[in-house]
Design a binder for this molecule. Structure first.
Ligand SMILES: Nc1ncnc2c1ncn2[C@@H]1O[C@H](COP(=O)(O)OP(=O)(O)OP(=O)(O)O)[C@@H](O)[C@H]1O
Ligand SMILES: [Mg+2]
Length: 144
């Protein structure tokens, strides 16, 4: 487990870029943290390194968006509005988690809204962002 202090948005960009370079496809990245912690912002910085040209939006109302990148493709889920696992069946969340395409990295905001047990037996990268003040954050990185 790694826990780093991030002093501002610029340091978050540097951290996200470094993280993005470790990705090779097939990873599932679970992003935790309060509203406004910086989960989507982190994904946006990662997307730049993966050479995704389309802007990463906050998909709160769409739940899922797939992006094509020239380094790796990305899928971005925001389960904020989900209250249980059955609600994600219709858009194939299962496939992304249990049969992750190797040319793709899957990012999930609010992953525990489908229940923490959902990811049992699946290799995940767990990132938690804690807000310190307007600019500073603590980021915890843990492979499970
Ligand atoms: N060091 C930092 N790291 C990340 N975001 C930061 C930092 N400093 C300031 N911010 C700002 O904090 C906000 C984070 O918003 P963001 O939408 O990324 O949060 P979120 O965790 O995705 O929230 P939600 O749960 O609502 O989706 C942005 O406006 C961003 O510019
Ligand atoms: Mg978000």
């Amino acid at each position: 487990m790694e826990r780093v202090y991030i002093k501002n948005l610029r340091s978050m960009k540097t951290f996200a870029k470094k993280f993005a370079k470790t990705l090779s496809g097939g990873q599932i990245v679970l992003l935790r943290g309060d509203l406004g912690a910086g989960k989507t912002t982190f994904c946006q910085f990662v997307a730049k390194t993966l050479k995704i040209d389309e802007p990463i939006t906050s998909p709160t109302f769409t739940l899922l968006k797939d992006y094509e990148g020239r380094v790796l493709n990305m899928s971005h889920f925001d389960l904020y509005r989900i209250t249980n696992a059955s609600e994600v069946q219709e858009f194939g969340f299962d496939d992304y988690i249990f049969n992750t395409p190797k040319d793709r990295v899957v990012f999930v905001e609010w992953p525990d809204n489908v229940g923490e047990d959902y990811y049992q037996g699946v290799k995940t990268t767990n990132i938690t962002i804690e807000k310190v003040d307007d600019n500073a954050r603590y980021v915890t990185l843990e492979e499970k």
